[in-house]
Design a protein around this ligand. Structure first.
Ligand SMILES: [Zn+2]
Length: 283
């Protein structure tokens, strides 16, 4: 896709985006996909461009519109989900993550707001990555998929891919479908929320999805460290998981997980400061 040719998209209003997201099967409609692809893939890879800030503003508009559409359930998400849980392997890894992006957002928002924001973000990211331009070469750069892509496309066509029939903690919590690709959130006040059952195969790390449990510490830890209570709660959670799985699962940061090609994931997640607090969270 030609980046420059998309500049007129910058004039889109939140209302226009909201209307677009109400179209059934919006995730299959080319202009919407192009917009999402542009705003997510390009803004994450064109950081150095002068006009990147403008695209980020539009990205925030898209996120706000998606979040509000999800919250008011006007966003069609499909009800007949297939899922990949038959590819789930015995749990062998606990993978730690953080949330990239503006950490002040996480400081001033409530837990439900944070969950809602990440939910919209992950729905759009998955849409951009998997349903975007089929010729895009960045599929090879994904840090999510360690499974058969064709299968995922098949899967995504049915739209909802996280909730199981009998485990809907997230829906119970805030009443909307869950697209979050982590099993747990650990917040800065030390509270822990489980978003999906371990039997759910989620898409958080290349090489760590099929046999991993994803644990996300809420915050951006490239410059600051998690709070003391957050570190203590994480250690408690990892201790519980360790007791639950006597096979002694590997506990590692996202960037330490090896991809199927034997190389580490290309990411700073769970943050540049991870080396300073890694030993504090291990059981
Ligand atoms: Zn991560």
């Amino acid at each position: 896709m030609n980046f420059e040719s998309q500049l007129p998209l910058l004039n889109l209003s939140v209302e226009t985006i909201e209307e677009a997201l109400k179209i059934p099967n919006w995730h299959k409609i080319s202009p919407i996909l192009q917009l999402i692809e542009l705003l997510f893939y390009k803004t994450e890879n064109w950081e150095k461009r002068d006009d990147c800030e403008e695209f980020k503003l539009l990205r925030d508009k898209l996120l706000a519109a998606t979040s509000s559409a999800l919250n008011s359930r006007t966003l069609p998400t499909g009800a007949n989900s297939k899922n990949d849980n038959d590819l789930r392997k015995p749990i062998n890894k606990i993978v730690l993550h953080h949330l990239a992006g503006d950490s002040s957002r996480y400081e001033k928002s409530s837990k439900v707001e944070i969950i809602s924001y990440v939910n919209a973000l992950q729905l759009l990211r998955l849409t951009a990555y998997y349903r975007g331009n089929p010729n895009a070469n960045y599929k090879n750069e994904l840090n999510h998929g360690d499974l058969n892509m064709n299968r995922f496309f098949e899967h995504f066509d049915s739209s909802v891919f996280v909730n199981s029939d009998d485990y809907r903690e997230f829906e119970l919590l805030i009443g909307i479908p869950n697209f979050i690709q982590y099993h747990y959130f650990v917040f800065s006040d030390g509270s822990v929320i489980q978003l999906s059952d371990h039997k759910e195969l989620l898409w958080h790390s290349n090489g760590g999805n099929s046999d991993g449990v994803g644990v996300c510490l809420v915050g951006n830890f490239n410059e600051v460290q998690p709070t003391i209570v957050q570190i203590n709660s994480t250690r408690e959670l990892l201790t519980n998981l360790n007791n639950q799985y006597p096979n002694d699962p590997q506990m590692a940061g996202h960037k330490e997980i090896l991809r199927p090609d034997g190389k580490p994931n290309k990411t700073t997640c769970p943050g540049e400061t991870f080396r300073d607090w890694k030993t504090d969270i291990l059981p």
